[in-house]
Design a protein around this ligand. Structure first.
Ligand SMILES: NC(=O)c1ccc[n+]([C@@H]2O[C@H](COP(=O)([O-])OP(=O)(O)OC[C@H]3O[C@@H](n4cnc5c(N)ncnc54)[C@H](O)[C@@H]3O)[C@@H](O)[C@H]2O)c1
Length: 258
């Protein structure tokens, strides 16, 4: 298991115990990292604080990734509490409900803007704000979460597919910018998992069934399997890997027609 003892990490995207980011928090904490967790609104604060209480000496701070001021405040808090940062997990994603239900062609300008702002731009804004903290440690690892809906059509995934395509492209551009600072930027493309975000996609359970029927491993994946891959990408074993989209989906992406 990668040793993250003495490392400090920021995890954005914990909403409840089903969150992929929570599984990553548990795995990185078990590997020895000290963590900061964020909550985007007062509504989720209690949930996040309760989960964080299972960790050793965590920092819990507000951060709505749509707000530059909150991202800046978060960087100041981490500077004060940690003095630097070794890794960042970006697990924030959101699209308005109508955009995940109506035909894609009906996507409104507003829904498009909100989905791309919260799910995609936030990776750029967050990475920029945390860059000086990672430079202080001589480098770092940034990880985001994406989905195969960036490349293929999944019913009702709609504007999130567009947001994920832009996210994956952003991973490559950020990797190119930050590589000279020894900061790596990668994504995990996870198979479908039943979480709060996924429950917003109409008909999500039929996507889960497609994995069981057609993935080479004939099953879906769970949060802990994504977290194990995250440990690799956040730790020293992946030190030569950046700009990569790692598929953790029971092989589903490899399958074409019948
Ligand atoms: N569940 C899946 O099947 C699946 C598959 C591949 C990728 N993903 C991606 O994984 C990531 C995590 O999703 P999840 O499935 O764990 O669901 P989740 O609902 O637990 O996590 C989504 C997180 O985004 C946060 N968020 C939303 N708006 C925010 C804002 N303005 N500021 C800060 N945070 C905000 C929510 O608070 C929540 O913690 C998302 O990017 C999602 O697209 C999920």
């Amino acid at each position: 298991m990668p040793d993250l003892a003495g490392k400090h990490g920021l995890i954005v995207g914990v909403a409840n115990k089903r969150s992929i980011s929570w599984a990553i928090a548990q795995a990185t904490a078990a590997a020895g990292a000290r963590l900061a967790l964020t909550y985007p609104s007062e509504r989720l604060e209690e949930n996040v604080r309760e989960l964080a209480s299972q960790l050793d000496n965590p920092v819990v701070a507000p951060c709505d990734v749509a707000r530059d001021d909150q991202i800046a405040d978060l960087a100041a808090t981490l500077e004060r509490e940690f003095g630097g940062l070794d890794f960042v997990v970006h697990g924030a994603g959101f699209a308005p409900a109508d955009a995940l239900r109506n035909p894609f062609v009906e996507t409104s300008r507003d829904s498009f803007r909100i989905a791309l702002d919260i799910s995609t731009y936030s990776l750029i804004g967050l990475t920029r704000a945390m860059m000086p903290l990672m430079e202080k440690r001589g480098g770092g690892s940034v990880l985001t979460l994406t989905y195969l809906g960036s490349q293929r059509v999944f019913t009702n995934y709609n504007v999130m597919g567009v947001a994920k395509a832009a996210l994956e492209s952003s991973v490559r551009y950020l990797a190119a910018d930050l590589g000279p600072k020894n900061i790596r930027v990668n994504a995990i493309s996870a198979g479908a998992i039943k979480t709060l975000a996924a429950s917003g996609i109409a008909g999500f359970s039929s996507i889960l069934q497609v994995y069981r029927d057609r993935a080479p491993l004939r099953r879906g994946v769970d949060q802990s399997e994504v977290a194990d891959a995250a440990l690799f990408l956040l730790g020293p074993q992946s030190r030569a890997i950046t700009g990569e989209i790692l598929m953790v989906d029971a092989g589903f992406h490899a399958i074409g027609g019948a």
